[in-house]
Design a protein around this ligand. Structure first.
Ligand code: FRU
Length: 474
């Protein structure tokens, strides 16, 4: 271990120790969403199932609640509800990543866990300058126990990327395809067009450029955090494009995340579907688990483009952002549905049946509402904090001034045209709303003044359950 590694690791240990003492007085902490032990969290990284445990790594700035130098933090779990914090496996301690251990992914072999990520080097001056402001190589590390990782090796050097790209190439997602390994990277072409690059390898060490893929016309200037997988015979390309123009029912956040179901191997602009329509969702990653399920986890945190949002926890509690719960992905009606992994049902307790056309229930803390509704229109409110309203195949999510901390409304069209069911997983300051079993999803942070609030539902007919949620070990 180099002396820089030791110094950085010790600083992280100290700040996490201090944060652990403060936790007892933090009212906005979450009970079933993974959050940073201290400071800032962004993208989920290296999601995998290895030697009987789930592993969730994440972009982590332990010293800065508003983001800063990036490390990888690490949680692991047997059941995706109780998590163990495993520390910081990757620190910005080498000449290839001293300005940030950026996003990446994992390949779990029988005997070894491989991580691939972007090592970020910012050059003097304007480091974001399109053509020569940074050097972002793809790096590789290995582990036998899934916790401790060996030496960092360059898998693809920044000098070897194709010439028609700017210095913005990053976020490798790697997977095994038969006897071969494949990698996809997100990029910004010269001329400001978002695209992905594919590489191939036989040994995870030597990588050959294969091809690039993009839309016919420009669909955003940069595609971050790409993912590629097959589900029920459909090829899916997931990307997080930057630079899409905001519309009333789509692309309402500063950056988006969504997917193309490829037609003849190509992504068509008009088929792009957003993964989530809430205020807080970006840079998701998927993986296949030991049970053969395709699971997705997203970053539940997003700066806002044109609203006055300041995440209250950064100021008052010294931490910011979280991850969504693990969701299973299904191919249905020509699109992808997402639904909380069934393990989350294990957190339910004290269920109460609800029915009628107007239901009002007091809750105190995290809950799970699971209902079917009938009729053309309806409403759900969580106290004076969060309001869902649907009519004529459209749905809106509104936050009160206080609970939204400056955020107001997000809207979505329901592809099937009607609303038939809701699942609402409400944490202390984070809510995930699944419409029609995950046809449309809204993920958002919200900040109710008190956890005691009335959950009110109005529709022609309502039938279902509401449960309290147990606190996860985190
Ligand atoms: C997406 C992203 C990635 C990058 C990482 C840095 O949120 O910008 O492209 O690797 O965050 O934290």
């Amino acid at each position: 271990m180099s002396s820089l590694t030791k110094v950085l690791a010790e600083e992280v240990r100290k700040i996490e120790e201090t944060a652990a003492v403060d936790r007892t007085v933090q009212k906005d902490r979450l009970t079933h969403h993974l959050m940073p032990p201290a400071g800032w969290l962004n993208d989920p990284n290296g999601l995998c199932w290895y030697k009987g445990r789930y592993h969730v790594f994440f972009q982590y700035s332990p010293f800065e609640a508003n983001g800063g130098l990036k490390f990888w933090g690490h949680y692991s779990s047997e059941d995706m509800i109780n998590w163990r914090y495993e520390g910081v496996p990757l620190l910005p301690d080498s000449i290839y990543d001293c300005h940030g251990v950026y996003s990446g992914s994992a390949v779990a072999e029988e005997d070894k866990l491989h991580l691939f990520y972007t090592g970020n080097i910012k050059l003097d001056g304007d480091y974001d300058y399109i053509n020569n402001g940074r050097q972002s190589s793809t790096l590789h590390v290995e582990s036998e126990d899934g916790i401790h990782f060996g030496d960092k090796e360059v898998a693809i050097s920044w000098e070897d990327y194709p010439e028609n790209y700017t210095c913005h190439i990053r976020d490798p997602k790697v997977w095994k395809d038969g006897e071969e390994y494949r990698m996809i990277l997100g990029g910004r072409q010269k001329g400001d067009k978002g695209a992905v690059l594919f590489y191939r390898s036989e040994d995870l060490k030597n990588w050959k450029f294969d091809r690039e893929l993009t839309t016919e016309t420009t669909f955003g200037y940069m595609w971050e955090c790409p993912d590629f997988f097959s589900l029920e015979g459909q090829e899916v390309l997931s990307v997080s494009p930057q630079g899409l123009i905001r519309e009333e029912f789509r692309f309402q956040n500063i950056y988006q995340s969504g997917y193309f179901i490829l037609k003849d191997g190509k992504p068509e602009e008009k088929t792009f579907q957003e993964w989530d329509y809430g205020f807080d969702f970006y840079a998701p990653q998927t993986f296949q688990d030991g049970k053969g399920r395709r699971i997705i986890i997203g970053w539940m945190g997003m700066p806002d483009a044109d609203e006055e949002y300041v995440n209250p926890t950064a100021e008052t509690e010294g931490w910011q952002h979280c991850l969504t719960v693990p969701r299973e992905i299904f191919y249905k009606n020509g699109m992808l549905y997402q639904y909380p992994a069934e393990e989350l049902n294990g957190l339910r307790m004290d269920g109460i049946s609800v029915s009628g056309s107007c239901v009002e229930l007091p809750v105190n803390g995290p809950f799970d509402l699971d209902i079917k509704v009938k009729g053309e229109q309806g409403k759900i409110s969580l106290g004076e904090n969060l309001f869902l309203d649907y009519q004529d195949g459209n749905i809106s999510l509104a936050l009160s001034e206080k609970a939204g901390a400056g955020r107001k409304v997000r809207k979505a069209h329901i592809p099937s045209g009607k609303v038939e069911a809701f699942r609402i997983l409400a944490d202390t300051t984070a809510v995930e709303i699944y419409v029609n079993g995950g046809e449309v999803v809204f993920s958002t942070r919200y900040y109710p003044e008190t956890q005691e609030q009335a959950v009110k539902v109005e529709a022609d007919e309502i039938r279902g359950e509401i449960y309290k949620l147990k606190k996860c070990e985190m």
